[in-house]
Design a binder for this molecule. Structure first.
Ligand code: AMP
Ligand code: GLY
Length: 444
């Protein structure tokens, strides 16, 4: 098979790396890719949002399967168009990708299908949003730009004054462009946050092992939200009972809701959840693998990923006799970021130590924002906010952390930084119970 992976981040490097190891695959192409994907795939310089260019590439290269990494091309309808051209695609149609592309749409969907989530209101006029904030008695409140904002569209505000400043920035000064045309204001939920990802073809679903992201930029969960600064999998905080609740009340309910609303979903349904005292509640849907969640999942998945991707793309996931087999070891992924992230970052700084980092036992470095320097082909330079994700497997969190940071410390570039506490929640909290058995047939 010839597989095309669309995207250029750490998630896409991890997907290319895993897909490349399949005996079913002759060649992997990545569009546009980064300096890391170039080691395991053939990079093609076509942007992930260039729908026409990617359609032409898939036809020209006779691609058997396209795996769409990021949300933007999914929301632009890349999946629909490739499918219409007869190509197998892992990734939902644009109509279903709205679950991620519009938070207002997602909230209406959640309410319509009685799936537990925070109470909310949606506004497309700043005046009404501000009047509502001034009437609130419960604080904090959460303000979300409805459109795609690369993980930067959510703010927690402590009072009406702070909220109104933010509404003006989003809706009047358009700090996030069109993403802020509409906003959702919702109840603040307290609890532990987890991500649960499931592969689904719209009929059956296979829950992947739980993963925990670290969204805030600073140690101890302080500072602004990012796309994700580090990852730990599996998640010992999730008890069997809670996993069952998530499966029934969230995942299966979402699947039924999508069927009722005639949304065609063949890909990864990624649900961000808050484990509140009154049970798990949905914070957000994503319509793709997470970044850096995918890096940890690809490291821990022992089975070949490709048969799952193909069965999903064909709508035959129920035919898979069982789910993927997981490495029981812990994976920790530490994101190395460029100075300024998640704000404006400098690009083009030379990265040293990649080879040495990769030699640390059990370490694999996935590239995110990297590229080759235009003059010296062998030199790798920074090209984005999240530069690398250093992953390591270990028998427990402590061992995986040690290896991941040992790998990270071999790397240098100007302005580099990381969080030093990835996995800390797993060390400080007691596990809530035995995890769910991990290898099961798809549920419906
Ligand atoms: P989202 O993109 O909707 O997942 O929001 C980004 C982050 O904001 C989440 O990962 C949470 O940490 C936080 N967040 C979102 N919604 C809420 C909420 N209703 N209550 C508390 N925190 C939230
Ligand atoms: N790590 C969160 C995301 O991919 O949305």
């Amino acid at each position: 098979m010839k597989v095309l992976v669309v995207g250029s981040g750490g998630r896409e490097h991890a997907l290319c790396w895993k897909i490349r190891s399949s005996p079913l695959v002759q060649e992997v192409l990545c569009a546009p890719g980064n300096a890391g994907t170039a080691e395991v795939a053939r990079n093609v310089p076509i942007k992930a949002t260039d729908v026409a260019g990617l359609l032409e590439l898939a036809a020209r290269e006779k691609i058997d399967l396209v795996v769409i990494g990021p949300e933007e091309p999914l929301c632009l309808g890349l999946g629909d168009k490739l499918r219409a051209a007869g190509v197998l695609v892992f990734g939902p149609d644009a109509s279903a990708a709205r679950l991620e592309g519009s938070k207002a749409f997602a909230k209406e969907f959640l309410v319509r299908h009685h799936i537990p989530t925070a109470q909310f209101r949606r506004f497309d006029r700043s005046g009404l949003a501000k009047t509502y904030l001034e009437s609130c008695t419960q604080w904090p409140q959460v303000i979300k730009a409805s459109g795609l904002a690369g993980g930067k569209g959510v703010s927690i505000v402590r009072d009406a004054r702070e909220g109104c400043v933010l509404i003006d920035a989003l809706m009047e000064q358009r700090s996030l462009g069109e993403a802020g045309n509409e906003v959702v204001i919702e109840e603040f939920l307290e609890g532990e946050e987890v991500s649960v990802l499931a592969i689904t073809d719209g009929e059956a679903l296979l829950i992947l092992d739980p993963v925990m992201d670290h969204k805030q930029v600073g140690d101890g969960d302080v500072g602004p939200n990012t796309g994700g600064m580090g990852v730990c999998s599996p998640v010992s905080l999730l008890s069997r009972r809670v996993m069952r609740q998530i499966e029934q009340h969230v995942l299966v309910a979402t699947l039924h809701g999508m069927r009722r609303d005639e949304l065609s979903f063949r890909g990864v349904l990624f649900v961000g959840l808050m484990l509140t005292e009154s049970g798990p509640r949905v914070l957000e849907y994503n319509c793709r693998f997470g970044d850096p969640e995918a890096q940890a999942l690809m490291r821990r998945m022992k089975s070949d990923l490709v048969p799952f991707l193909v069965a999903t793309a064909q709508g035959k996931l129920a035919d898979m006799p069982e789910g993927p087999e997981w490495d029981p070891r812990v994976c920790i992924g530490v994101v190395g970021a460029a100075e300024g992230y998640p704000g404006k970052v400098r690009k083009g700084d030379g990265i040293l130590g990649l080879e040495e980092a990769g030699k640390v036992p059990e370490v694999v470095v996935f590239h995110g924002g990297t590229r080759f320097a235009p003059t010296l082909k062998k030199e790798v330079v920074t090209d984005g906010g999240r530069v690398v994700c250093v992953t390591a497997l270990g028998k427990d969190v402590e061992e995986a952390r040690r290896s991941a940071y040992a790998g990270f410390d071999k790397l240098t570039w100007d302005g580099r930084f990381c969080r030093r506490d990835i996995g800390h929640r797993h060390l400080t909290r007691k596990p809530a119970g035995a995890p769910e058995p991990q290898r099961r047939p798809p549920s419906r």
